[in-house]
Ligand binder design. Structure first.
Ligand code: SF4
Length: 493
């Protein structure tokens, strides 16, 4: 979309609104001309006491305009926030009329709407949070309810944390084949089979060093999560070796949960499940994404719905305390009817957590590159509406949620749980409640603390992205571990 800015340079705030409200559009800056089919002119007027933004949008022949004024007060930082707020609402007002629909999250942009809800809950309780989300941000009723309930779950999890608690993540960046919507760095095992063993050697070296660092720093591992890729791409022996290494280098005495992703049912065998049970895994996450064979083929899965059914019987027989299943609303070839059938079937398979994602159009994914047909925003809305009503009817409640850029219909991803079955790791990471130490290729470590003035302080450190680079450059993960130790030693001194 062509963007013309008049009287300001608020590109960041404008792009956040653009990407949220027009997920398929990319910003192009310049003067709008009569030849442009999709454009926005955003003008700012300011007089010291008040800022006003006027947004005019042209979208495939439809034009809309919205002016929004907001009083200015406080220091420079606060005034900047007020400008961005006014811009967001002005852009939202015009976008709503140009699109002819009300965006579900109103003018809220960003990954974590629960942070806004949580701040409002602390400020004045539930009713206050609901009113401000409605009147100030124009969030729709169902999204307000989602945000407030997820924020309450986050608040509860935060209260149970000790100051030296962290979470540990291990990444296995291999998958049997690559899905059409994937933009992760997961490598297909068909092509990289020979790399798995040396990768595990390198990972075990990092595990040993990380275990020592965590012990020396006086930190406690509260939750453990192994993701990817697809961790169960490993053989039973490889998984046994990896979990044994973790148990011998980390003290898991305070661990509240141990989760392993077994995302692809075609990687699940009774032998691997027995290894996971022997290592006291408390939660297995199986991610069918759809129970419709057309959809599974369209997204590049080389398994059928029948494989999922078989795997889920084996998972149930293995007797994990908790099981999660993931579905995605908005996949190629899916319809509201077939999505409903997928969810209905998942509800019969014994999962006490069900995560409903919305398709996110990632750069570099096959869906984006090939321009594959996907369901409309209205169809995705129907899928999510059905999911919300049905899951609530079956006793599930939302406990964490996040949004991504380029999401179909500008919706969200929501984790639903039966009472007491929440995945704490998901709450910790989404609410940024404590540090996440991430090991392995692509590992993204997050350090969470407080600055001297008491403000939230977040720092990140990234491991090498690809397995080959990770194996060749151990100095990268070594320096990340040093940085992590320094951050937490300083934080407590
Ligand atoms: S299973 Fe996940 S990580 Fe692997 S290819 Fe599919 S989307 Fe990517």
């Amino acid at each position: 979309m062509k963007l013309e800015l008049c009287g300001h340079n608020e590109k960041y705030a404008l792009e956040q609104s653009l990407l949220t409200l027009f997920p398929g559009e990319r910003p192009v800056y310049g003067e709008v001309t009569p030849e442009d089919a999709r454009w926005a002119v955003v003008t700012m007027h300011e007089n010291g006491a008040q800022v006003e933004f006027v947004t005019e949008i042209g979208y495939d022949g439809k034009t809309a305009r919205c002016a929004y004024a907001y009083p200015l007060s406080g220091d420079d930082y606060e005034r900047e926030g007020q400008r961005r707020h006014a811009l967001g609402l002005s852009f939202f007002g015009a976008a709503k009329d140009a699109l002819g629909v009300t965006p579900p999250w109103g003018s809220l942009t960003g990954v974590r709407p629960t942070k806004v809800a949580l701040a409002l809950l602390k400020e004045g309780g539930r009713e206050h949070a609901d009113r401000v989300l409605d009147e100030t941000y124009a969030v729709t009723p169902e999204r307000r309810r989602l945000a407030i309930e997820a924020a309450e779950a986050g608040q509860k999890a935060a209260e149970a944390l000790a100051p030296n608690d962290i979470s540990l993540y291990v990444g296995i960046p291999f998958c049997p084949t690559r899905c059409a919507y994937c933009s992760f760095v997961a490598q297909s095992v068909e092509k990289t089979f020979a790399m798995v063993e040396p990768y595990l050697d390198a990972l075990c070296a990092e595990i040993a060093a990380a275990g020592e660092m965590v012990r020396d720093t006086g930190l406690r591992v509260k939750s453990f999560y192994m993701g990817g890729g697809t961790p169960t791409t490993l053989t039973a022996d490889q998984m046994d070796r990896l979990l044994t290494a973790l148990e011998s280098h980390f003290d898991f005495a305070s661990l509240a949960e141990k989760t392993i992703e077994a995302g692809r049912p075609d990687t699940i065998t009774a032998e691997k499940l027995a290894v996971l049970r022997d290592h006291r895994v408390t939660r297995l996450s199986v991610n069918p994404q759809s129970m419709n064979d057309h959809v599974l083929t369209a997204i590049g899965r080389r398994h059928t719905a029948e494989d999922i059914r078989r795997a889920m019987v084996e998972v149930a027989d293995a007797g994990f305390p908790h099981v999660n299943m993931d579905l995605i609303a908005g996949l190629s070839e899916d319809t509201p009817e077939s999505f409903r059938a997928s969810l209905d079937e998942c509800l019969t398979m014994g999962a006490d957590n069900i995560t409903i994602h919305t398709l996110s159009l990632k750069k570099g994914s096959r869906i984006t590159l090939e321009g594959t047909h996907i369901p409309s925003g209205e169809d995705v809305a129907q899928m999510l509406d059905y999911a919300g009503v049905t899951l609530r009817k079956h006793g599930y409640a939302p406990y964490y949620l996040y949004r991504q850029k380029y999401m179909s219909g500008s919706f969200e991803n929501v984790g639903w749980t039966l009472p007491g079955a929440e995945s704490l790791y998901n709450i910790y990471i989404m609410e940024e409640l404590h540090g996440i130490l991430s090991l392995g290729a692509g590992g993204s470590t997050k350090m969470v603390g407080r600055s001297e003035s008491g403000d939230a302080l977040i720092r990140r450190a990234f491991n090498a992205k690809y397995p080959k680079e990770y194996m060749e450059r151990p100095e990268k993960w070594r320096s990340n571990l040093d940085e992590f130790a320094e951050f937490y030693r300083k934080g407590r001194s």
